[in-house]
Each structure stands twice: as C-alpha cells, then as structure tokens.
Design a protein around this ligand. Structure first.
Ligand code: AP5
Length: 225
C-alpha cells in the first residue's frame, strides 16, 4: 500500500474461505503480537445471541450463508477500529469480504500499511473441516473432532463445558458459504496483490506450519524497515 504503518504497528487482515483457519490463526497471532482480534463473524453471532436489533437484522443472512450488507459491516468495523486498543495494530478476521469493504477499509486506514494474509485450502478439505468443527459456547475456542485440539469427549479444555456445532456448519449452508467466497471474496486476492499487500499462504499444512509462514510474512513484509 502507498504509505507506511508506524514501525510498531501490525495491521493484518485474514482472508480465506470458510474453514481455512482464520479464527484458529487469529487466536494465536493476537496472543503473540499483543494486539486485538476483530472477528466480524463473532461480533454478528454475539448480536444474534443477545437478540439485539443488529442480531435480528442479520440472523437469517448468517443462517443461509450469504453476506451481511457492506453498510452494516463497515459501520461495525469503523466503530471498533476507532477504539484505542487498536492503535498498536489489529487482526481483522473475516473482514473485508467484498471489494467495497476493502475500499472502505482503505479509507479508514488513512494510508497506513496493512498486510492481507490469504489462506488457501481446497474445497473438499474445507467441507471436511467444517463438518468436524466444534466450538466452545463460552470462550469461543475452536476445536476439531477426530484429531484433537481440546478433548476427545468434545469438552472445552479451558471451560470444561460441552462443545457445540455452529448453526451454519451444515452441508447446505457450508456449500453456499463456499460459493459466496468464490464469487464475492476471491476477487480480493487480485485487489491486494495489485497493491503489493497480499501474502498467499498454503493453509493445508499443520496449524503450526501455517502460523510460522504467516509470522515470517509479517516480519519480512510488514516490519521490513
Ligand atoms: P465467519 O464466522 O467469519 O465464518 P467463515 O468466514 O465462514 O469462517 P469460519 O469461521 O467458518 O472458518 P475459519 O476460517 O475461521 O476456520 P477455523 O479457524 O474455525 O462468518 C460467518 C458469517 O457471518 C458469514 O457467513 C456471513 O454471513 C457473516 N459475515 C462475517 N463477516 C462478514 C463480512 N465481513 N461481510 C459480510 N458478512 C459477514 O477452522 C475451521 C476448522 O478447521 C476447525 O475445526 C479447526 O480446528 C480446523 N483447522 C484450522 N486450521 C487447520 C489446519 N491447518 N489443519 C487442519 N485443521 C485445521
């Protein structure tokens, strides 16, 4: 992008299809870099749970696997990025998802640098991962049944309560979400590549290998000064 972040600033957007590992990687990166993660999916799901006007507005959209309107999402992200804890940087998980959102983010960034980390995983693997995903209803921790990230009994290792399946992790909605990604979000690869701000990451490797590759990109490309 055209101008620089301050040397201490780490502004990351995580882009990738459903199940590519955005949430998994965001949780680790936010701990390592000491910056907040802003997950638009988590914010929207929290709104649905509380039954707020935003939640009522987006409930059906999320359930069908379509995208919430750019106006709604951009307003939400703008408000969140105005908070002081984002000054040293941020990890945006799942935003932007349209070229319109990316352009709005550019305006919010006021020409500061950011790196778009784009996770790439084939669709058959994504379907498999999303079918097997479980989440903790309390801490929102992400687990994978079969292999183990928490416990074989499907209990959260931190909160000791039963894990749940996300409502949109059913095959029909998963396929709509994948189609939405292909049609609407994939053009962002060209958008950020054109600004020399895209890091394409092979997301099929182990979570640790993916994490290492992302951190190398952050060090080499965002902090190279
Ligand atoms: P959101 O919650 O963002 O869902 P998503 O993009 O579909 O992504 P997921 O959370 O499903 O997957 P992930 O990439 O985070 O993968 P995870 O780390 O969990 O959005 C939900 C909905 O909200 C959207 O459909 C839309 O309606 C709305 N919305 C949100 N943002 C919006 C926006 N900007 N504009 C408009 N609408 C918006 O990993 C998945 C599984 O794989 C886990 O089980 C994990 O353990 C496992 N796993 C992770 N990494 C690996 C690995 N390397 N190897 C093997 N398994 C792995």
């Amino acid at each position: 992008m055209s101008s620089r972040a301050t040397p201490a600033e780490t502004n990351i957007v995580l882009i990738g299809p459903p199940g590519s590992g955005k949430g998994t990687q965001a949780a680790d990166l936010c701990r390592r870099f000491g910056i907040p993660t802003i997950s638009t999916g988590d914010i929207l799901r929290a709104a649905v749970r509380t039954g707020s006007p935003l939640g009522e507005h987006v409930k059906t959209t999320i359930a069908t696997g379509a995208l919430v309107s750019d106006d709604t999402i951009v307003a939400l992200v703008r408000e969140r990025l105005s908070q002081p804890d984002t000054k040293p940087g941020f990890i945006l998980d799942g935003f932007p998802r349209t070229v319109g959102q990316a352009e709005a983010l550019d305006r919010m960034m006021d020409n500061r640098d950011l790196l778009a980390v784009i996770l790439q995983v084939p669709e058959d693997e994504l379907e498999r991962r999303l079918n097997a995903r479980r989440v903790c209803p309390k801490c929102r921790g992400i687990y994978h049944t079969g292999t183990r990230y928490g416990s074989e009994e499907e209990v959260c290792s931190r909160c000791n309560i039963s894990l749940i399946k996300r409502d949109d992790d059913n095959l029909e909605t998963i396929r709509t979400r994948l189609l939405t990604y292909r049609n609407t979000t994939e053009p962002l690869i060209a958008y950020y590549s054109g600004k020399d701000a895209a890091a394409l990451i092979d997301g099929t490797r182990s979570t640790e290998a993916v994490n290492l590759a992302i951190r190398l990109e952050i060090t080499e490309r965002l902090h190279r000064r």
